[in-house]
Design a protein around this ligand. Sequence first.
Ligand code: C5P
Length: 473
Amino acid sequence: MGKVLQEYLTNFRDKVKDCIKTRKQILVTTHIDCDGITSGSIITNALIRAGAKCTVRTTNEFSSNLVQKLRSEEKDFHIITDLGGGFGKEINDNLGDNWFVLDHHEIPEEEHDIENVINAWKFGIDGGKEICAGGMAYLAGLSLDKKNRDLSAVAVVSAIGDRQDQGEKKAFIGKNLEILETAKNLGLVEVDLDLLLVGRETRPLPDSLAFTSQPFIQGLTWNRDTCLSLLNSSGIKLKEGSRWRVLADLSQDEKRNILESISKYATGKDATEIMSEFIGYTYTFPREDRHSFLRDAREFSTLLNSCGRIGKSGIGIAICMGDRNKMLRDGEKVLVEYRKKIRDYMNVLTNERWRINNAEDYVLVNAEGLVPETMTGTISSLIAGSPKNSGKIVFLRTDSAEGKIKFSSRKSVGCRSDVNLSSLMKNGAAQFDGIGGGHDAAAGAKITKDKLDEFLDYIEENVSKMQSQNKSE
Ligand code: C5P
């Protein structure tokens, strides 16, 4: 039976208020991705406002080792965000009653009964589409003080970062929609149905068009020169003095003009559908500077992701907490560095063909010795976004510390497989003494190196088996 979220939040509020009253030290532990950085920042901000003594830290993953580390910390109370699924009992055994998990990853049934786990799924909320850790942290923050409504804007970034804009035309749904409405009513965010290209506030138009890969337009995507000449011949003014114009500078007429020019490249029976993907909801923060990385929620989430992936999540947290000075400039440098790394890894993966093994239903990518563990998700998502892998599942692996192998799996666009990647990774890893989990379309796992061959066999067997079952139905 579904639990009542409000009761859990009231319990959260009471325990946290008690910590504040008794001057207990609170440690917030969160994940390094956009949702981790935003959720950690939201709850830390709410705690500081409430007068709590607290510290925030990020980690790449949750593990038994980390539980032991938390236990040995000189902290009185722990709030874990965007992490900890499946570890409820272990945390309970080690931290007593002095903790909460705020999360949205699917959890095992037995964890539904642990009071300190405040996870979307146990309240009948779809943690894959309707709320993420940022949203859960926001609700927890709101339980402390209604004034924390302004943190809804950061929760909007978290939903975007976790690709939860999964409604019609990239709308928000469920709890995310409620949170978005709050941010809108406070004048913190504006939502428009508009032309969707990447880098809305910051990228020169030709780059914006060339780097938009969803939808993928043969001849244009990843082809900056062609994009530049398309824009030139459509008569759009590309520069304002020496500054390149960006999508956000354009008038509606100019955007229509671009769309019409693109449509000449989208041919075939799916052309209308492809073109319709260029229109969707944008989420703009009007209080952020024009042409800043923080004005468009999608760019904001990319910036935060790059901070975490490159090992500088503190910069992302400072930005979420409101720093618009040095930390923002540092964040911009991180983004440049992150993009360069992505380009380098993708180049190697394209050139060293032995690294890619293409099967009918899936692609296995060996990124050992190349992609660091923190960036496997970024690269597997990019590979899954390439049209040549459309319909397939991507499994990317790399080496991790202590003789382990990290896997990142992603369903590509158009993948109709009903293999649940979260179950696949979780069950598979469990068979080989590893740990896995995640969501239906994006999941990860870690195993020891000596189990690699068996794990690859397991993937092959289970993906193909389920796919062929689907085909014969
Ligand atoms: O690691 P990767 O980016 O591939 O993970 C995809 C998703 O699966 C992320 O949301 C991550 O938090 C989640 N995950 C998980 N448990 C794991 C590994 C990944 O919940 N053991």
